[in-house]
Design a protein around this ligand. Structure first.
Ligand SMILES: Cc1ncc(COP(=O)(O)O)c(C=O)c1O
Length: 348
């Protein structure tokens, strides 16, 4: 029985969904949303705060400041409240209204940037410039800077990747979405050091410049970036899959039809993983994808027909993709021994 006295002390690390009943293809989805911050960003937030405390950067007078599309902001709000720090989150228009209210409910201040950077670095560029200006104006601000802080990826090197390796010792391919690239780099570095190769497939949003290309409109927060992630080292990445936002939305709604309400980046990662597996005839591969958060924060966007219509126009939800016809099994918790991770690993 876990008994905790601080909210960051609890995190469900070993929950996976077998997506075959929903998509007809073997893919295990690691759920990172079951903690009090509701997302994978709890790990980076806790690691960065603890490091700043160890290094003496954070004092009781400090005001934590961070640029976040939402989830890191919620995680830092929670940790700041629990440890007695003040926190200012700098976000932008794409931050879900409910995410913003969550941060405020936890006692944080939220500043919303509405105009992109004049130098072509988008809303993220404008957020970063705003944070830099505030830090220059007041020495009490402490910017953990998730975009450059090595404790962001180290958190996943220490926790996420070993947890996956423990449950899937014969893992073939791992799909991870890219924002700051902390999750991707921590996992990729961990698996590179293991003797058995695991293919690392990064999933990015069309319109993101994480791996180069031209910036485009992106409306779903979390995945994708308008500035190249400083933490990203492409030499650790085997392949990149790019996903259109309409495909993200369709994957989210198919998951929801199966009773699993996930956030936008999970739709992106699942859509990218399924298209990669289809192209590589991946039926025999042991594949894991990472679901960064859950869907309730997206009720006003991805799961609201009016928002979908306004943003993507007619028809985004009328696709056949939404009709959950391919249900070979009604429900499964590793009922097929051939796909049970331990059995699969033993067989190889
Ligand atoms: C919902 C969601 N998905 C994915 C990511 C990307 O994670 P990372 O920053 O580790 O690349 C984030 C980051 O904020 C996120 O909030």
């Amino acid at each position: 029985m876990p008994i905790i006295s601080s909210p960051q002390a609890f995190n469900e690390e070993d929950l996976y969904i077998d997506l075959r009943p929903i998509f007809g293809r073997s893919l295990f989805l690691k759920c990172e949303g079951f903690n009090f911050a509701g997302s994978v960003k709890l790990k980076a937030a806790a690691a960065m705060v603890e490091a700043a405390e160890r290094e003496g950067v954070l004092t009781p007078e400090s005001i934590l400041i961070e640029s976040s599309s939402g989830n890191l902001g919620v995680a830092l709000s929670m940790i700041a409240a629990s440890k007695g720090y003040r926190f200012l989150c700098v976000t932008d228009l794409r931050c879900n209204p409910s995410t913003r209210r969550l941060m405020e409910a936890l006692g944080s201040q939220v500043h919303v940037i509405t105009e992109p950077d004049a130098n072509g670095n988008g809303l993220l560029g404008a957020r970063l410039a705003y944070v830099r200006a505030l830090c220059a104006s007041d020495g009490r601000y402490v910017w953990l800077n998730q975009y450059t802080n090595p404790h962001n990826w180290k958190a996943h090197f220490r926790t996420t990747a070993p947890a996956i390796a423990r449950q899937f010792p014969r893992l073939d391919v791992l799909f991870i979405g890219v924002g700051t690239s902390g999750t991707l780099m921590g996992c990729a570095r961990y698996f590179r050091e293991r003797s058995r190769p695991v293919r690392i497939v990064a999933v990015d949003a069309v319109g993101s410049v994480a791996f180069g290309g031209t910036p485009g409109r992106r409306m779903i927060p979390g995945l994708g970036t308008s500035v190249r992630p400083p933490l990203l080292d492409e030499s650790y990445v085997d392949e990149v899959v790019r996903v259109e936002e309409v495909d993200t939305v369709r994957a989210c709604h198919r998951l929801a039809r199966g009773g699993f309400l996930f956030g936008g980046s999970t739709g992106t990662v699942v859509s990218g993983a399924l298209s990669w597996l289809a192209r590589h005839d991946g039926h025999d591969l042991i594949a894991v994808a990472l679901a960064p958060d859950l869907g309730e924060r997206y009720l006003d966007t991805i799961y609201r027909p009016g928002w979908l219509h306004d943003v993507y126009g007619e028809g985004v939800l009328s696709s056949d993709d939404l009709i959950a016809t391919s249900r070979p099994v009604s429900s499964t918790r590793f009922t097929d021994p051939a796909t049970r991770p331990a059995a699969a690993s033993a067989a190889q």
